[in-house]
Design a protein around this ligand. Sequence first.
Ligand code: FAD
Ligand code: NAG
Ligand code: NAG
Ligand code: NAG
Ligand code: NAG
Ligand code: NAG
Ligand code: NAG
Ligand code: NAG
Ligand code: NAG
Ligand code: NAG
Ligand code: NAG
Length: 646
Amino acid sequence: MHRSTVANTNKRRTSLLILALFLSDISQTISSTCGGNSATAITTDAQAFSAFEYDYLIVGAGAGGLAVATRLSENEGVQVGIIEAGIFHEADPLIDIPSNVGQTLGNPMYDWSFETVPQPGAGGRSITLPRGKMVGGSTGINNMAWSRASHAEYNAWELFGPNNGWNWDGLLPHMKQPANVFPNKTDLPIVNSELYDPKYEGFSGPVSASFNSWYSDVFPSYLAAANSSGISPNFESDKGTTAGLINCRSDVERNTGTRSYAAPAYYCGHASLPNFHVLVNSQATRVVLKWSALSGSYVATGVEFSSNNTTYTAISKKEVILAAGTIQSPQLLELSGIGNSSILKSVGIEPLIDLPEVGENMQDHVFAPAQYQLKPGVLTFDALRVNTTIAAEQSAIYAQNRSGMLSGTDTALSFLPLDLYVDSETIDSLKRSFDTVLADNSSSAFRKMQYEVQKDWLQQGLVPQSEIIMWSRAVAPLANESYVTLLSGVLHPASRGSVHIESKDPLARPTIDAGWLIADFDLLVVLQTLKFAMRIATLEPLVSMIDSLVLPPPNVQNDTALIEFIHENAASASHPMGTAAMAPRDLGGVVDSSLTVYGTTNLRVCDASIIPNGIGTHLQSTIYAIGEKLARIIENENAHNADETR
Ligand SMILES: Cc1cc2nc3c(=O)[nH]c(=O)nc-3n(C[C@H](O)[C@H](O)[C@H](O)COP(=O)(O)OP(=O)(O)OC[C@H]3O[C@@H](n4cnc5c(N)ncnc54)[C@H](O)[C@@H]3O)c2cc1C
Ligand SMILES: *[C@@H]1O[C@H](CO)[C@@H](O)[C@H](O)[C@H]1NC(C)=O
Ligand SMILES: *[C@@H]1O[C@H](CO)[C@@H](O)[C@H](O)[C@H]1NC(C)=O
Ligand SMILES: *[C@@H]1O[C@H](CO)[C@@H](O)[C@H](O)[C@H]1NC(C)=O
Ligand SMILES: *[C@@H]1O[C@H](CO)[C@@H](O)[C@H](O)[C@H]1NC(C)=O
Ligand SMILES: *[C@@H]1O[C@H](CO)[C@@H](O)[C@H](O)[C@H]1NC(C)=O
Ligand SMILES: *[C@@H]1O[C@H](CO)[C@@H](O)[C@H](O)[C@H]1NC(C)=O
Ligand SMILES: *[C@@H]1O[C@H](CO)[C@@H](O)[C@H](O)[C@H]1NC(C)=O
Ligand SMILES: *[C@@H]1O[C@H](CO)[C@@H](O)[C@H](O)[C@H]1NC(C)=O
Ligand SMILES: *[C@@H]1O[C@H](CO)[C@@H](O)[C@H](O)[C@H]1NC(C)=O
Ligand SMILES: *[C@@H]1O[C@H](CO)[C@@H](O)[C@H](O)[C@H]1NC(C)=O
């Protein structure tokens, strides 16, 4: 699907996540992100950076990149270099103050602001896909929800990447590694205040994951209404059973009231290591590959990058690791001659390694909103936007002790099995809808295998198929009022998207066809979930707080009209994954279970693009875990090689 082939009349760029642009920008003096030693590893001097030789060169300083790079740098015998296109945003209130979430979206200093080609499943709209561009990557612009998927979802990875512990048990230690769960227990009058199991939590990792300390007035009412609707509270979703309503932790450091993203968490703790080097404001354009007759494969010898309109090459002696994210890691593979040979030839790039599924297999979570205006006096995040008195009061509290609304996030997430809210007849029709996807003989063997896994989950009804996120704020404020928004989304879609280069110009944007809501199954799951969310809003005590329905517009009363509304209003939760998937090569995999790109000896991928089979959760904690795990895999390989040569 190309831009030119679809009528562009209805092109409205929307993303649910742009919503917070409507909040006012709260400025505060923020203390130094790294507490004083921030800039030591960072350089903008591309000439000097490229004059040095690295053992490991990493592209992209986001969740996966910073986790793997910093862990590798803990071995003082190796030199580690990272090339990052964005800059380091030192002590920046737009990033650091939690209530400013969303303010950076669309701003090129922080956000790549990709845009899809018109999406037939979404009313022909081109939809923005935000991606963080900075030291910290998308963790610097995300919504700070800290969550994990269920056992079965991680265990499915092992079907595609066997023998390296890509399952729940193998990942659990690495999911604990990033986290410093603080405080452990609180007396908050909410769902997971009293029960948690320390066995599943990390207490000494770099990312502070903490419970919110400020809750809107709708929060307790929503919990009670959700409870009446039959959703059970889940007190410990981190143990691999995610169904139910959770009050999730946020990556917020409570003592400072600031976002604990990959920069303060991973970068700062390593900023003063002499063997750790971060080049910012520089965009990788190609991996330099050399044929090795000895190994019968390609060897990555360095990375070409563009800085201030000049092209440089940095040299790596051991490995190159791509961690540019789900959109740009496949782009870099293609620019380097790795991918579907006919796509590469069509843009004038010499194919070196034919891996036809590079850039394919993109999976994402798509949500539709139900927004309600609240009665006067109900306090939500909207007050920071509409009431200068409250905004000033809250700013003062934040300045005093870093608490209050400015430190707050939205944390009520429900992961839902269909049989909780969909009648059995409709579930049967959903299953039949999925069967048509399964029966489509044009699907690749890889996709067929994924569909078998998904069908199994659907049959068993154990893995949650949908999510409702409660936001104490508007996605579309109409007036100076307060709102609650219930976002309803599909977690295991049948649709797949793709990202490919359209030109050999490395600085051109790749073409993204997200494939959102192409499969009827996905649309129907969103429809049923949206209707359920709207049912929750009719229950006490929530309903007594509601003044009126804003979205869907009140005249939208039947399924046909709701489906039309979903087409027109659905947006991505910004969880794209799977475009350089870990799977056997003959199945269409891009990387093996050591995350090494097929046909190369030493080029790896370490970010959300390696996920072989989509997970139904917010991704960041899993991506950090992938980085932690890859560092361990590399360490083990090195120890093994040292043994061999001894
Ligand atoms: C708006 C938004 C909200 C989200 N909300 C949540 C949430 O609440 N909870 C949650 O768990 N997850 C959330 N996510 C998802 C989560 O943040 C991402 O899945 C995660 O950060 C992905 O990690 P990554 O390593 O794959 O990529 P990223 O973290 O995006 O890092 C990629 C890095 O590579 C750099 N890069 C790219 N190309 C190049 C190049 N050619 N040269 C040099 N550098 C390059 C980028 O600038 C970026 O810094 C959200 C994401 C977004 C965008
Ligand atoms: C949290 O609990 C763990 C395990 O019980 C303990 O090691 C840690 O010190 C506790 N942290 C805090 C802040 O209470
Ligand atoms: C609702 O809350 C009550 C009281 O806390 C609890 O007993 C009940 O099990 C909850 N309902 C559901 C569906 O979990
Ligand atoms: C960028 O290039 C311009 C023109 O070549 C030069 O004047 C400038 O100093 C360079 N800036 C940096 C940061 O290297
Ligand atoms: C690079 O060159 C282009 C076109 O010549 C110019 O528009 C752009 O501002 C330059 N960028 C930098 C960083 O100098
Ligand atoms: C490779 O790309 C070509 C051209 O876009 C396409 O026709 C073909 O189906 C692709 N091959 C695979 C295996 O995806
Ligand atoms: C702002 O909030 C204060 C405190 O709740 C309230 O007294 C006042 O009326 C509000 N102002 C407006 C304009 O709504
Ligand atoms: C922060 O200050 C406010 C206002 O003085 C107070 O109500 C609140 O309890 C304090 N919070 C903490 C965590 O100290
Ligand atoms: C795929 O299915 C279609 C229709 O169901 C059928 O006509 C076609 O022959 C099938 N192709 C293959 C290769 O099996
Ligand atoms: C909301 O309030 C602002 C400032 O108080 C005012 O400028 C604006 O016109 C109001 N908007 C609406 C829709 O009432
Ligand atoms: C569904 O609702 C729409 C919009 O209100 C209306 O135009 C349409 O006639 C309705 N369809 C049915 C089958 O009731």
